[in-house]
Ligand binder design. Structure first.
Ligand code: G6P
Length: 438
């Protein structure tokens, strides 16, 4: 066991950081972090100072001797790191608001990680993540990058294809949320059943739920009603549809299997009182007011209003299992290596994995029904096109990504929305507008 454990969080000014700190505190006996660096950029400096001050109060109250550092220079932080977590929003919330409002202004779904919005979050994020990979490879080549910057699926695919550092694991809180939903249905705790997951990020399905030696998935499918996450309206599933599907869908599948209802709902919010990103901006303002309170020395409950709640705890859990070679099962985004038969061996998938000190080992979780293979393949093609467009800056590759995605495929609108989003995000897309160092 290493006596010195250094962890770096890029995007340390995030409102989710208190949950990360809480995660390290509660695992300190198993995960003796000695150094924690919170890294951000100039635009996030004031948020970084607020989250770092709260983190220090949390560590002091818990009497946990983690040395906390902050910096705007990630290279300074990365030296000899053991784990690097990445949680950033290139262009901050303003960029997300544009990702949501511009497609909706043309009657197309505008969502953080799906469709046109997801593509543009990927186009902005992937070059930055690949740059971070270069720094990691140079300054801490043995470190694991634990990425929960969205769109996690496209980002993981991009790092596996184009990154110089391959020790990357994508992470999401959706599978944990689904297990909580299954626990509610089975009226038991998560540890009393075993669920297997397979698919892509925000496109993942549960295909087995083992309890007392029996697969009880039929019971769960029959009651999979309104399980969701804070950022997705809990429209009720038709249990007969789910039984016909043959697997349990995740909350994000509502954008595909209830596309029209969701678009109507998003268009109404857009017209009435703003999109999810504008709601989040209000939540963030309230959270940072709370975080400033010098008497606050714990993660406030209000953080659970965010859709990404429990992400950070999942990250701490993953780091702890790698460090201890726990060999427990967690759902992460990693190279497929044959686990999901109908997807490419070296493609990024979201799947149940055994977590070892060598990293995630995907499990052979069994097949998925034909009813879902087509959609998964389509979204994988979208992720591949998006990743390629992000690293090439090629207009027609970006247009192809739009046309592949069922949530934005149409010759006229796809091109109009693509052009408007490119223009709106010009500052963050040098690869499309010249002076791209590649
Ligand atoms: C989720 C997803 C995250 C996403 C978040 C959005 O549950 O797993 O990937 O970023 O919700 O939540 P927000 O509160 O930002 O709308």
């Amino acid at each position: 066991m290493k006596e010195k454990l250094k962890i770096v969080t890029i995007g340390g000014g995030s409102s989710y950081t208190p949950e990360l700190i809480e995660g390290f505190i509660k695992r300190y006996d198993k995960l003796p972090v000695t150094e924690l660096w919170l890294v951000d950029i100039e635009e996030g400096k004031s948020k970084l100072e607020i989250t770092a001050a709260l983190a220090r109060r949390m560590l002091e109250k818990a009497n946990v001797p983690i040395e906390l550092h902050t910096t705007l220079d990630r290279r300074e932080a990365l030296k000899d790191a053991d784990f690097v977590t990445t949680q950033m929003r290139i262009g901050q919330l303003d960029a997300r608001i544009l990702d949501e409002r511009i497609p909706l202004s043309h009657g197309m779904l505008g969502q953080e990680t799906n469709g046109a919005g997801g593509l543009f979050k990927g186009l902005r994020t992937i070059p930055v993540i690949l740059d971070i990979c270069k720094d990691i490879q140079e300054l801490c080549p043995n470190a694991w990058m634990i990425n929960f910057t969205n769109p996690v699926g496209m980002v993981t695919e991009a790092v596996l294809r184009y990154g110089v550092h391959k020790k990357v694991i994508g992470l999401c809180n959706v599978p944990i949320g689904m297990e909580e939903g299954i626990a509610d249905i089975l009226k038991t705790d998560r540890k009393n059943f075993f669920t297997t997951f397979a698919g892509l990020n925000h496109m993942v399905y549960a295909n087995h739920v083992y309890k007392d030696g029996v697969d009880v998935i039929d019971e769960v499918m029959g009651k999979w009603g309104v399980q969701s996450v804070k950022n997705i309206k809990a429209m009720e599933w038709d249990s007969n549809f789910i039984k016909a599907l043959g697997v349990i869908p995740c909350p994000y599948h509502r954008y595909f299997y209830m596309a029209k209802e969701n678009l109507e709902d998003e268009l109404e919010k857009y017209a009435q009182h703003g999109t999810r990103a504008e709601q989040v901006r209000q939540i963030e303002t309230e959270l940072f007011e709370l975080y400033k309170n010098p008497d606050l020395a714990e993660k406030p409950k209000q953080l659970e209003q965010r859709g990404g709640a429990f992400y950070s705890d999942a990250a701490c859990n993953l780091i702890c299992s790698i460090y201890n070679d726990t060999r427990d099962v967690q759902v992460v985004d990693t190279m497929n290596r044959g686990a999901i038969g109908f997807l490419g061996y070296d493609q990024a998938v979201e799947v149940s994995c055994v977590i070892t000190k060598e990293g995630p080992v995907p499990m052979a979780v069994g097949d998925l029904p034909d009813s879902v293979k087509g959609l998964i393949q389509q979204i994988k093609s979208f992720e591949i096109a998006g990743a390629k467009a992000a690293v090439t800056g090629d207009y027609y590759t970006a247009l192809m990504a739009m046309m592949i995605n069922p949530l934005c495929a149409s010759q006229r609108d796809a091109r109009i929305v693509l052009d408007e989003l490119l223009e709106a995000h010009k500052k963050y897309l040098p690869q499309f507008f010249g002076d791209w160092k590649g």
